[in-house]
Design a protein around this ligand. Structure first.
Ligand code: HEM
Length: 501
């Protein structure tokens, strides 16, 4: 009798596990119709993909070279469909009702950025995007320009130490520039006041790499396995450190805001206060006062999201841009001439209006984002079957990866894609292309909320560097080996030589 019971339990358990791991035959059939490497039993294409985030870019590029703009990978029982045709990308981004954010990124990012804007579930996201949008208005960003300028002076100081020192890696000063800006504008504290600033920056970088590895390695979705794995333990350790800082900052900012309220005698101080000292965290604390459903946890998630989304992206773009400029002295000269024309040769800090006039520099930044798209891929999950223009059907529950970096380097969209040509973004040339052929900040309803912030920050940093230095190419690092994490990286930093102008 006991043995029959045990047998029944085992059979039920196996049936339950099979039910969990076996996708429907329709899902499998539709997935199999999409071009892609032949899957292995149970593992799918995991052996093709490997588990090393350092190789993801080259592995996927090889697969895309063979199968084209639309291909699929089975990762275990999950189906990932990669798209890089602008028409498909437009179609997918216009279907917001039939999509959620990629489940993989929601699971992988949750311990760090929780239900913040980037990966929050649709209903929560909708409400919070509306609440937070005013904080990204150009009028608020205008207040940040002096912060960007002050931090660009620190960047110049750090770069000065590299002058005439031969080849140097500029990724660390670029990262600090971006981190200082986001620390001050999101949390209202200077990076130097965080006890060990280098560790903070490294922790954010490491969490980024862990986030990407978790997305691409299905085994890490198993909580028990992941928690026992050294990567899971490392993530916990880093998060304890990051969260302790975020929480400390929120507490002290709340106390300061209360003090200002008392000093000002009422809550109406905010309009005046906004002009003086509004930062993203203040706005969130203000929202919380009016609406207690905006919890402390939500504030922590949003602060961590901004620290993540607003730091590495800008730092990567700055470094990639300096790499490209180092190889193109004529572009550096054009930027320099433009700045001189706008600022009349003076060394005064640029205003928002000056930044808006830096049209050529904006083309250079866009061309950098085309060649080295800081966010190389964005993910969605299909809530319904979706038919692409070529007739292929993306089955419900499939993960969709919009491979922006691949699209931006497609020779059918950009002739000679490996040539740095800021004229690709002259108004006439932009007109000639599909509007979805350039999406470094994503598109549709969940596009980047920080795009204007990023362009202005980058313009301040790069224009001030161009006013002070000339960048020369590295002789040893002639090509960059790209690593696809959440943010595009290289395997060995970015090396240039620096001369004073
Ligand atoms: C060069 C710099 C940047 C690039 C290339 C970039 C790129 C992107 C992309 C592609 C997305 C869409 C992700 C998706 O569709 O899944 C996104 C979302 C987001 N970005 Fe950025 N970003 C940059 C800078 C910033 C900055 C400076 C901030 C904040 C100050 C920021 C905050 C965010 C947030 C909060 C989201 C989520 C928006 C939402 O879903 O409502 N980003 N970014």
């Amino acid at each position: 009798m006991i043995s029959i019971t045990i047998l029944l339990i085992i059979v039920s358990a196996v049936a339950w596990v099979l039910h969990l791991v076996q996708p429907s035959t329709k899902f499998k059939r539709l997935g199999a119709l999409i071009p892609g490497p032949k899957p292995y039993p149970l593992l799918g294409n995991i052996p093709n993909a490997g588990v090393d985030s350092k190789r993801i870019n080259s592995v996927l590029s090889g697969i895309a070279d063979k199968y084209g703009r639309t291909f699929r990978m089975f990762l275990g029982q999950d189906l990932m469909i990669f798209l890089s045709d602008p028409e498909d990308v437009e179609f997918i981004l216009s279907k917001s009702k039939q999509l959620t954010k990629s489940r993989n990124s929601m699971i992988a990012g949750k311990p760090w950025i929780g239900e913040g804007l980037l990966i929050g579930p649709e209903d929560k996201w909708k409400m919070n995007r509306r609440r937070l949008l005013p904080a990204f208005h150009l009028k608020i960003i205008e207040n940040f320009v002096p912060v960007f300028h002050k931090n660009s002076e620190k960047l110049i100081e750090e770069m000065s130490a590299f002058v005439d020192k031969g080849e140097v890696d500029i990724t660390e000063p670029s990262a600090k520039f971006a981190l200082r800006n986001i620390c001050e504008t999101a949390m209202g504290i200077s990076l130097d006041s965080i006890s060990d600033d280098d560790f903070y920056s490294k922790a954010v970088g490491e969490l980024n790499a862990i986030f990407a590895t978790k997305i691409f390695v299905p085994l890490f979705k198993n909580k028990l396995f992941y928690n026992l794995h050294p990567l899971g333990r490392r993530e916990k350790q880093l998060l304890r450190y990051i969260d302790s800082i975020t929480e400390k900052v929120i507490r002290s900012r709340r106390a300061e805001c209360r003090k200002w309220d008392v000093e000002d005698g009422n809550d109406e101080h905010l309009a005046e206060g906004q002009r003086r000292r509004l930062i993203f965290l203040d706005l969130m604390l203000h929202i919380q006062k009016e609406d207690s459903s905006f919890t402390d946890q939500q504030i922590r998630d949003e602060v961590n999201t901004l620290m993540f989304a607003g730091h590495d992206t800008v730092s990567a773009t700055t470094s990639f841009c300096l790499h490209l400029l180092s190889k193109h002295p004529e572009v550096q000269e054009k930027i320099y001439e433009e700045i001189n024309a706008i600022l009349g040769g003076s060394d005064r800090p640029p205003s928002l209006k000056d930044l808006q006039e830096m049209k050529y520099l904006e083309q250079v930044i866009k061309e950098t984002l085309r060649m080295y798209s800081s966010v190389p891929m964005i993910g969605r999950c299909a809530n319904a079957d979706l038919q692409l223009k070529n007739g292929l059907i993306i089955p419900q529950n499939a993960d969709i990866v919009l491979w922006l970096h691949r699209m931006h380097n497609d020779s059918q969209l950009y002739p000679n894609p490996s040539v740095f040509n800021p004229d690709n973004f002259s108004p006439e040339n932009v007109q000639k292309r599909h509007p979805y052929s350039f999406l470094p900040f994503g598109g549709g309803s969940r596009d980047c909320i920080g795009m204007k912030y990023a362009y202005n920050e980058l313009k301040v940093g790069l224009s001030n560097l161009a006013r002070n230095f000339i960048f020369l190419p590295s002789e040893t690092q002639t090509e960059l080996y790209l690593i696809t994490e959440i943010v595009l990286k290289t395997d060995s930093g970015i090396h240039v030589k620096i001369k004073r102008r």
